[in-house]
Structure formats: C-alpha cells, structure tokens
Design a protein around this ligand. Sequence first.
Ligand SMILES: Cc1ncc(COP(=O)(O)O)c(C=O)c1O
Length: 424
Amino acid sequence: MTWTNSKDTALRERAMAVIPNGMYGHQSVMLLPDDYPQFFDRAEGAYLWDVDGNRYVDFLCGYGPNLFGYGHAAIDQAYVERMKRGDTMTGPGQAMVELAEALTAQVSHADWAMFCKNGTDATTMAMMIARNFTQKKTIVLAKGAYHGAQPWCTPLKNGVTPADRANQVFYEYNDVESLEAAVREAGSDLAAIFASPIKHDTFVDQKLPNPDYARRARELCDEHGALLIVDDVRAGFRLARDCSWSLVGVKPDLSTWGKAIANGHPISALLGADIARFAAATIYATGSYWFSAAPMAASLATLKLIRETDYLERTIALGERLRTGLDEVAGRHGFGLRQTGPAQLPLIMVDDDPTGAKGYFWNNALLKRGVYFHPWHNMFVTTAMTDADIDYTIEAADDAFKLLKAAGPLEPVAKLEFMHSLAG
Ligand SMILES: Cc1ncc(COP(=O)(O)O)c(C=O)c1O
C-alpha cells in the first residue's frame, strides 16, 4: 500500500481549532520529522496503524508501556473481566491488596506499595514522602533527567514560578564529585537524592549507572538521614525483574513505577521500604481514578508474565539483533550510528550530525517504509516483535541510508533549533 497522510492532515486541521496547538506534550509530533503522523487508529502486538491505515513496526511502544504487545490477550482479558464487575468504584477492590503483595514480592527493596495513575503522580508523592520523612526540603536531582510534568519537574519553564523550583540542587549523572558537591550545597537540609536508573535523557547518548556513583548516592543518603529514590517509571522491568538498581547492587528507599507495569493500562506505583512507611502513611495523596480495579487486574496479569516468562531475555536478544544489524548497514553506506543504552531500550542517533538533520532525514525515510523510530528519545522493544520484524527494520534502514547518502548535505532542522531555544 502506498503511504498517504490525508486523514491525518485533515484531523490536524480540526485539532488546531479545538486543542491548543493541535496537540501537546511528549506525544505531539511537532518536534518530529515532517511526515510523522499525529493520530493513530489501531495497535496490535508490535504494530501500530495511523489513521490513514499505514502500518508501522512500533519502536516507541506507546513511549514504554507496551512490553508484551499491544492488546495482549491474557492481560486484556483480566482487565475486561474486572471492568465488567466494577472498575472505578467508591473504594478499591481486592486487586489493590493483591497487587501490593505481588509488587513487594517482586521488588526486593519494597515493603509497601501505593498506586496512582501517572509516573508524575508517583515521583511527586516520592518527593513529598521524603520531605515528610526528613522534615527537610532539598531534593538533589541529576541535570537533564526527566521525572514528569508537574511544575517542580516539567522541562519547559512556561507557567512555572521560581517557588515551584525552590529547594532543588542538581548534579551530573554518574559523577561522584558532582553528586557530593550537590549534597554539600544541600547542607543540613537534604531530603532526598533522585536517580534515574540509567541516564536516559533526550538528545544525548544514554549511559548505564556507574556502580560507584550508585553506591555513593546510597551512602550519602544514609549519612544524612535522607531517602534515595530511583525513578523506574520508564525502565522498570525492562532491565531487571527487580528494581533496575538491583543490577548495581543498590537498594533505594523509594522507587517509582508506571508504563510497563500494566502493559499500557493506566496505573503507576510508588514502592517503599519500611523506613518510609510512616511518612508515606501521613501525606495526603489521592485521585478519582487511582483505585480503579481493572488496571490493577491488568497489572497482576502483567506481573505473572514478568515472573513466568523469558520476556526479558527475549527483548534483550531482539535489541541485540537490531543493534548489530543496524551497525552493519550503517557501515556499508559509510555512516556511523551512536546506539547507546541497553539494547532493549535503545537510543539510536546518526553520528557526525551536529544539527540533527541526518537523523531527521533517516528517521523520516524509515517511517515511510513502515518503521516507527524516534530521532532523539530512547526507544523500546516489545516481546511481540519477531526476528522477522527486526530484519524488516534493518532492511528499511539499509534503504534509508541509501537515500541519506544520495541526499548530500542537508539544511539544519529549524524546529529543533526552536525547541532548544525554548528549553533555554
Ligand atoms: C523516568 C520517568 N519518570 C517519570 C515520568 C512521568 O511519567 P508520566 O508521563 O506517566 O507522568 C516519565 C515519563 O516518561 C519517565 O520516563
């Protein structure tokens, strides 16, 4: 089928009239190459169809939630069965207790669980609990790390006041001296150190945590009576069947979860150790949909697959097949790729591309061949992908490199320049 976008174009025009700027937030395609569709019709397994019927092998996986495939039968059956008996009720169902039991059994540092809807709910609660626990204010965070879209952490400054950002000190990820300096600056007011499980910031190469840095973060929290928070919203259960920092032998006091924990059904979680139980019990936190039973049932079914299948090894193998194949075709056409981070959570950028123009061109060409990649955000692998999907992707990449080579020098991408100026 030839690629068309007339329905998407028409919807975008209608959206402009009734939605600010037609779409907002991280799923706006405003900052993606020009042909990226804004609106989708269907998703199944590893595939996504836009409103014009174009099919893509989807390496964004809903920006993370799709771990076992869109529309996974067992997970969705659990969801539907629970929904039919009652979902958003006057109080929680039995599934809330069962899910807290399942997560605390799965995640080694966790003795208790709280549930909410979005990752930002969980990171915000973690911050409040740390402040309640210590009766101190200052939060130490890594520069450039994403923890959500509330005034205290949203990446753009519009609508945010200096008071919203008070009591925050920043350090460079993986840099022990910089972390120590930030803690010194917090002085006697340190409430928490926030850490992403890996450096998975946009636009820059991903980095695995250096174990010395992770251990030092733990020690500094212990020395100051502060809490260590690992934000596993994006990487949770994609790197390990436990908290991601179990891989470097460090247990946080709190960890935040979302995305993959229910394979796309709306639920997030905050997990904590006993030390923070009273502080957690004495903040006020709630939401109209936080206790809905059906996403909890879906999460229980997802956790069963996490416990009982080789999903993790499978996504690693798929990611490694992709990484090797892409390096090979890039080299064949005289290009280099910067493929960073764990293979199952890849960030793929074209090397020697200071303006981002080569990456935009290459990603757009992949899109036209039925592969949905992202030029500057890390991507995800789902167990629903097959080796054939990966090989198809590598062939599409081969074609896209041919076009990129033929295109010659490219103009800088104006929308990227605009975005960097906004972020300031
Ligand atoms: C590491 C991390 N923390 C927090 C969040 C916020 O999650 P949500 O968008 O569900 O509020 C995200 C979302 O991408 C994330 O990647």
